[in-house]
Design a protein around this ligand. Sequence first.
Ligand code: UDP
Length: 365
Amino acid sequence: MTVKIMTVVGARPQFIKAAVVSHVLERIEGAEEEIVHTGQHFDANMSQTFFDELSIPEPKVNLGVSGGTHGQMTARMLEALESEMMERKPDVVLLYGDTNSTLAAALAAAKLHIPMVHVEAGARTHSATNPEEINRICTDHVATKLLACTEDNLENLNKENLAEKSEFSGDPMYDAFLHYSDLAQRPNLVGVVNGEPVELPAEFYYVTCHREENTGTDEALLGLLDALSSLDAPAVYPVHPRNRSTVCRLAQDEENDFSNILFVDPVGYLESVYLVNHAKQIITDSGGLQREAFYAGVKCTTVLDFEVWPETMVQGRNILAKPTKTSIRNAMSVPQMVDGTYLPFGDGKAAERIANCVVELAERR
Ligand code: UDP
């Protein structure tokens, strides 16, 4: 029996999770996966690089939807995804995470009565102002099957009366990190302002920050950059396209001295894993990087008002900070203890559970 699985992806973290699951699906007889790329992330170093280096099957189609307001982006994706689903007639739709692509695909599949599996279900920030929270809640409530990365996420689903359709899978990001750490590559860094090669220092901090809360105003971004300027080793900061122009403007302003910060283009996943594993500490507002810091046992400071992954916020390992020098430096100075027996993200076999669940659901159709 052949089953047709439509995987919808659009953003960098989804490519990484989809990679490990796709590789398992490839080995299951009768499972045919078709990847649909919404186009949410489109720069080569935010998209194609991941397909190439993680050997993800080429998308059957790229819908080319990016930019605009949340409403505009979601609406355009919804319309395009509905057409794709009507034409391709998948037996099951596979969704990851909390982006606008996830929400649009969930709504389209629900209205067409196509069963769907949501991976990374039950993650909650409990913050009404976090746009991804709305995507998470709506997707979980319309999805057919919910797969949780942690027991805490499973408990969140239970509290929303979704226990019946929920299961623990473990975190496919953890699978990816375990697998690709062996293949990690020392990065070839390129300066974001001048396009010149940048030498990776022997000791460095790894920084990613791109959320609206931290980069939407000069004040917030300057608080972060001030903190990075005061560190005892350079900060390697791959700049997300979303805040590239603001960062470049501030970096070039002669009033600012950011010589301790290496503003570089986004790096590939294998290079990012190298940076995680070799950094003195990590400073980020990314949900993925917080978890990767935790997997690697590298101390993390999260510049956000809310916890996305409370399981990492233990033993001083990940601490919230405001985008100010004092708050970030205070969080960084708290020592961490790493208990290697505490493994909330599963056993590194989440991809197998996800793939099996997807195929089973498709076969029941
Ligand atoms: N990442 C990467 N290159 C970079 C910065 C990050 O490959 O230049 C990876 C990082 O290792 C993590 C993921 O991208 O796995 C996080 O993506 P992002 O911050 O865009 O999304 P979020 O985690 O906030 O959903």
